[in-house]
Structure formats: structure tokens, C-alpha cells
Write a new protein. Structure first.
Length: 724
């Protein structure tokens, strides 16, 4: 609407009111702007896209919306540590590196579960195998930082700390790319690698570095000039070439190291760097960037590479594998769209031949060692996949613009087989589950990540649902062959209901035994009725439809952080089972007492005007009085509202259930908790014995008195009484 108004996008956002003669800076919530949209009918309404995401203004840039409510970070490489639960590490463009919990004991993965770590926006990250709180992270210009998360102390350990800013690659002794590799040896926890045009190694956390390779690139001087121009030079190392861009040491074979360059070469050494061999595939296009290397975790001499040529305008996917140390290579891209150029390939450590590939526009999976690929997009946005990592049955994806995504449980994918295609029902073997807290919040958040489900995730497939009257049951069993819990599609209680749909189904068993018995109107203070968690061990799940049964076994694993032994956890389990059993017994007695009282009340109401039956009423009143005393010892009957226990002292079953609520974590009961449980149990047993005596002695007397007086089953009222 105004031809004199011009906007300029760069690190900052600029506006000109005189056709570009002069510009002024406009403040935005983030820097490094990529795109701008201006509403044609209202030029003050704009949307800007930058390295933080997207923001909206309605007043020409005076005020902007936030970018904190959108998962739009641009991540580079992703890796994990050996902590439990494992943590995810990644570097995000124009922001810090991050360390994130993969799951929490809360309802989601929020801001409190994130923290900065070593390195900066662009680098690889390596975690010390000896101490997962010691982290090395890269940054541009060959920067390598060390961070100790325990102390907060930082140190810079560059291979060669000569600042190259503003120079082209020809000005560097060692050409460190913006995104240069840093990784540990899987065989020596003191051996830290990094890569320029050479491979470097340190045995003392970067105090000193050794070169263990020649130049493993083309060393083409024409590719090492100052980048950019003629308007803007860009010499922050992001456009440096003739560098080692991917490298890894085999987890299977010590001293077998693969290295791939950003100018199309692949080398390997089998003696720790003393001798190197060029094993570049003859069919790999010239100058292709080797973006990732993946050494086969299942077979010696086997390796996979993902390469790209997108900077030349060629989006052809380039995935290759070798089974003989690079002597021959096979291209493995069948099934991937010809315009989906490939950035990363990873092998599943738990299933041989299962591969994952990240492309510029999404995810793919192969079940046959790359012979054929198929999409694995699911609910993942159409977005560039920059890196992938696998850990403890999970797949983590770093994306360029939609943050980090994860599949928590790959067990179903790992069990898929062509032989299952024609089956009407499939029960998949559940992944082994840790005794761990937390879970998935019912309400999804725009500012938090979805947490791992806490329990035994059970996947099953039903091609066609049976009639509503046919029960489909899912039950869990211990190693003794005892059923723990059963859930049914025809159950009336919500807690026992198994919801079904045609196709894929998922049910999460919380590992708990049945809860203690409750009764209507029950009000407790600081008490738990929850069933105890099953102790670590072997279990099974059964899916049954009519007379057909499918069964799979799984394990419940202890939390590796907890010092408790199996015997400790068995003691905890037995303690809680005793509590719940006694609470249930007492509450069933209360329910029975109330039923007896109701019958007595109804009976007394019928015979209240019959003077000949006053003795029977007296007996009924005595029984009711005795039951009332018993019930009031077991439960505070005055409670009507949640705050009433503040005024009316809690009774025996509340006290006993309180011990359940105090049993937190995976620890055995304390001696004093066991003492209190024993004392309360004896006191409850005393009351239950009184009720038993009443049922065995007083109730039969009452029934006999009723029989002797031959009380009519139906008593008709006189006409006058009816009229009144």
C-alpha cells in the first residue's frame, strides 16, 4: 500500500520509509530472520519467521507475539547419555545446546526438565562415558567446550585455538566446519575424537590432541576460498569445505574408524589411524557431502552412509551400505521419493536389518536392510530430519524447524513381519518396562513435551471387532500363573473397562494389583487405596476372545537408580498387600454391616406397631448397636465432607491406609511402619472378630426369634390406616 516502505531481513529486522535510502531497526523477539508476510489489506499486520520460530504483530512491529508457545527450534545433531532415564542432547540454531530428560516422574517434559549444556548452536556433543555430567560440545571456528554439570565449571579445549573469524578456510591450519564431529571411542572411555581435515584424538579431555590421519578430503584449494559475496561475506566456518563431516569408531571392532568428508570421500582405518584406506563408492556422485555414518551394530565390516548434493540443486536421495569394509557398496534408496534428499541413516541396535532414514521432508523405515523403504511419518510434521538417535527402544529425531520428536516404544515396529499381514488379531510382545513414576498428562500442553507412559504398554491389533455382547479381555499374570488384573470390553466399572477400536489398539497397564475395597460415601484423610506395584520379575499378558487366547511374556525391571534389592521390593510388595487385604476385609465387613442394618431397619419399620414383636425389635436394636460400635471403631462415620477429618478423629482403616500413602519409591517398609501395621491389624482384627461373633451368635438368635413368632412376609395395613 506504500511503495516507499521497504523491509529488510537479516540478523536484524529493518524498515525503510524512503524506498530503501535509509533503514531503521525494528525490535523482534528473536534474530536471524528468514521470511516475512505482510497482510495485503492491513500492512501493519505482519508475520516474521526467524531462528526462534514465528511471531505476529498487529501494529507494524511495535509489539510482537512470543515464540515460546511453539516447538519450532532448529536442531542439528542429537545424541544421548547413559543416565537413567537417559537424557537427550542437541544443539539448536541461534540458541544454546540443550540437555533434556527423555521422561520424567511428572505428567510432561517441561521447562524444568531442560538445561543448557556444552557447546553452542551448531555443534556435535559428546558425553563422557565415565561421568555423564561431563560434556564436550562444539561450536563454530573449531571451538570445543567442556562443561561439568555437577560443578558448573567450564573449560575451552580447542585443538588449535587460532581465531579464524573473517578468513576463508585457506586461512586455517585445521579446517573445522561449523558442524564438525566430536565423539568418544566405544572401547576406551578416555579416548575423545574430533575432526577437521584430519582426525584428532585426546586422552586427557582436550589438554592435548594428536593427529591420527592425513588429510582425508580432496584438499581442493578452489573450495577453500572466502565464502559469500559480493554483498556479504560469511566466514564463520559454516561454509568451509574439504573437512571431515562424519566419523565414527566401530562398537564391534576396536580401532576400526570410518570417516566421511563434505567433498565426497570415505576412508577407513583398522589400526586406530596408523594406516588409512580410501573406500569411496564408485557410484557416489562427485563432491557429495557425507552427512552421516552408521556402523552396523550387528555385523563386522558393515557400514551405512547418508550423503547429500542439495547445495548443487540435486535432491536425489543418496544412501549406501557396505558389508565388506568398503570394498563394494550398494545403493539403498528404493522407496524413497526422488526429491527427498537424505541427511541421516541409523540402524536399530535391537533388530538386525531394521534401518531408519531422515530426509529433507520426513522419515522412512526399512525392514530389510535397505532393500525397500516406506514412510514412517505418523504424526511427525513434514519437516527436515537433521539427525536420529536410538536409545533403549526409543527413536529420537532432531528436526530443522519443529524441535525434537521421539517414539518412546519401537517394539511394535521391531515385531512387524510380512507373515502378520493376513492375521485378524495380533498381540505384540510388550517392551520390558521399568518401575518408574510419571506418565502422560491428560491435557496436552503447547509448552511441554509429551511424557513417556508409565507402565506396561500393550499393543494389539483387531481387524474386525466382535459383537458388543462378546467380551474381549486383556489380563496380566505373574510367574506363578496367578491373574493380577483383568480388563474387559463388557466391564461395567470404568476402572476395568477395555476400550476397543478396529485396527491398532494400545492399553497401558500401570503395573498395579487391584486397589483396596472402597464403599459409598467413604472419606479418608491422607490415605491411599492403591494396589501395590508388581515387583520386578517375569510376567505375561493374555488377550482372549471367546475361547481363543493369545499370550506374550515380558519383564518388569527395577529402577536402576534405586539401591533396593529384589528382596527389599518383595518386602514392600508383601507389606502393601497385607495393608490392602486387611483394609478390604474391614470395608467389606462395613458394607455387610450396612446391608444388615438396612434389612433390620426395614424389618423394624414393618413391625413397629405390633406390641407382640417388641422383643424382636429389642434384639434388632442390640445387634444394630453392636455393629455401630464396631463400625465406628473401624471408620469415622461422622465424616460427610473432605475437611471433616480435621474435626473428627480418623479411625483404624484410615490409619492403616495412611501407611500405604507413606510407602513411596522402591524401598522396603521401615521397622516402625511394620510395627504400626501390625498393631493396627490386630486392632482391626479385634473388631472383625466381634462382628464375626455377632453374625455367628446374635443374628441366628434374631432369625430364630422371627421364625418363632411367624411374622407374615407381607403385612397388610388396615383400611383406616391407609386412608390416613
Amino acid at each position: 500500500q506504500d511503495e516507499d516502505v521497504v523491509y529488510g531481513l537479516n540478523v536484524r529486522f529493518h524498515k525503510s520509509k524512503d524506498g530503501g535510502k535509509t533503514f531503521e531497526s525494528i525490535g523482534t523477539p528473536h534474530g536471524d530472520h528468514h521470511d516475512l508476510w505482510i497482510a495485503p489489506e492491513e500492512p501493519n499486520r505482519m508475520v516474521v519467521g526467524d531462528d526462534g520460530g514465528g511471531q505476529v504483530t498487529f501494529d507494524g512491529g511495535e509489539n510482537w507475539s512470543t515464540y515460546h508457545n511453539q516447538p519450532t527450534a532448529q536442531f542439528y545433531r542429537v545424541t544421548t547419555d547413559n543416565n537413567f532415564p537417559f537424557r537427550i542432547y542437541a544443539a539448536q540454531q541461534d540458541n544454546s545446546t540443550v540437555r533434556i530428560k527423555s521422561r520424567t516422574e511428572g505428567g510432561s517434559i517441561g521447562d524444568r526438565d531442560w538445561e543448557p549444556t556444552a557447546g553452542c548452536e551448531c555443534g556435535h556433543i559428546a558425553i563422557s562415558p565415565d561421568d555423564n555430567d561431563v560434556v564436550f560440545g562444539g561450536c563454530y571456528d573449531g571451538f570445543i567446550g567442556r562443561l561439568d554439570h555437577k560443578t558448573g565449571l567450564r573449560r575451552i579445549v580447542n585443538v588449535y585455538p587460532d581465531l579464524p573469524m573473517g578468513h576463508g578456510a585457506e586461512g586455517m591450519k585445521y579446517r573445522f566446519q561449523w558442524n564438525f564431529p566430536i565423539f568418544y571411542s566405544p572401547h576406551d572411555s578416555k579416548k575423545l575424537y574430533t575432526a577437521s581435515q584430519h582426525l584428532h584424538v585426546s586422552y586427557d579431555e582436550g589438554q592435548s590432541w594428536q593427529i591420527i590421519s592425513p588429510d582425508l578430503t580432496t584438499n581442493d584449494s578452489s573450495k577453500m576460498v572466502s565464502s559469500g559475496g559480493p554483498i556479504t561475506q560469511d566466514n564463520t566456518s559454516v561454509e568451509y569445505y574439504c573437512t571431515i563431516f562424519a566419523a565414527a569408531e566401530s562398537p564391534r571392532e576396536k580401532d576400526l574408524i570410518w570417516a566421511g568428508s563434505d567433498d565426497g570421500l570415505i576412508h577407513l582405518t583398522r589400526d586406530g589411524g596408523k594406516n588409512w584406506e580410501n573406500v569411496t563408492p564408485s557410484s557416489l556422485p562427485e563432491n557429495a557431502m557425507i552427512n552421516s555414518l552408521e556402523i552396523d551394530p550387528h555385523e563386522d565390516g558393515s557400514c551405512y552412509i547418508a550423503a547429500t548434493l542439495y547445495k548443487t540443486g540435486d535432491f536425489t536421495p543418496l544412501l549406501f551400505k557396505t558389508k565388506n569394509y568398503g570394498k563394494t557398496w550398494t545403493k539403498i534408496t528404493y522407496g524413497i521419493d526422488n526429491q527427498h534428499f537424505t541427511r541421516v541413516i541409523r540402524a536399530d541396535p535391537d533388530k538386525k536389518g531394521m534401518l531408519y532414514a531422515g530426509t529433507e521432508t520426513g522419515m522412512y523405515v526399512s525392514f530389510d536392510d535397505g532393500a525397500k523403504w516406506q514412510p514412517l511419518q505418523l504424526n511427525l510434521p513434514i519437516v527436515p530430519i537433521t539427525d536420529l538417535a536410538l536409545k533403549q527402544g526409543a527413536l529420537i529425531a532432531a528436526t530443522q524447524g519443529r524441535s525434537l520428536w521421539m517414539i518412546d516404544d519401537l517394539s511394535v515396529l521391531q515385531q512387524l513381519d510380512s507373515r502378520l499381514a493376513n492375521k485378524d488379531l495380533i498381540l505384540f510382545k510388550p517392551a520390558d518396562a521399568y518401575r518408574f513414576g510419571g506418565g502422560q498428562a491428560k491435557k496436552k500442553s503447547l509448552t511441554s513435551g509429551q511424557n513417556h507412559h508409565s507402565g506396561v504398554g500393550t499393543h494389539f491389533y483387531i481387524k474386525k471387532l466382535p459383537a458388543d455382547s462378546v467380551a474381549v479381555t486383556l489380563s496380566y499374570w505373574n510367574a506363578k500363573g496367578e491373574m493380577i488384573r483383568e480388563y474387559s470390553s463388557t466391564a461395567k466399572e470404568k476402572a476395568d473397562k477395555l476400550e476397543l477400536k478396529e485396527g491398532a489398539n494400545f492399553f497401558n497397564w500401570n503395573m498395579r494389583y487391584p486397589d483396596a475395597k472402597k464403599f459409598e460415601g467413604m472419606i479418608f484423610w491422607w490415605a491411599s487405596m492403591a494396589g501395590p506395584k508388581a515387583p520386578p520379575g517375569d510376567y505375561s499378558v493374555q488377550l482372549m476372545i471367546e475361547d481363543q487366547v493369545w499370550k506374550e511374556e515380558f519383564k518388569i525391571l527395577p529402577d536402576p537408580r534405586n539401591p533396593s534389592t529384589q528382596a527389599d521390593l518383595e518386602k514392600q510388595f508383601a507389606f502393601l498387600m497385607k495393608i490392602n487385604k486387611k483394609v478390604t476385609e474391614a470395608h467389606e465387613s462395613i458394607i455387610e454391616m450396612r446391608d444388615i442394618r438396612k434389612q433390620l431397619t426395614n424389618y423394624k419399620e414393618r413391625i413397629k406397631d405390633n406390641d407382640e414383636l417388641k422383643e424382636v425389635v429389642k434384639i434388632a436394636d442390640q445387634i444394630d448397636s453392636t455393629m455401630t460400635k464396631i463400625e465406628e471403631e473401624l471408620y469415622q462415620t461422622k465424616n460427610r465432607a473432605r475437611q471433616d477429618p480435621l474435626n473428627f478423629p480418623v479411625r483404624l482403616t484410615n490409619k492403616l491406609a495412611h501407611l500405604n500413602s507413606l510407602t513411596q519409591g522402591d524401598y522396603p517398609p521401615t521397622d516402625q511402619a511394620e510395627e504400626v501395621r501390625s498393631t493396627l491389624t490386630k486392632e482391626i482384627d479385634t473388631q472383625l472378630e466381634k462382628f464375626k461373633t455377632l453374625k455367628e451368635n446374635e443374628l441366628p438368635k434374631f432369625n430364630e426369634a422371627v421364625k418363632q413368632r411367624a411374622v407374615d412376609a407381607v403385612i397388610l395395613k388396615e383400611k383406616e390406616a391407609l386412608e390416613n
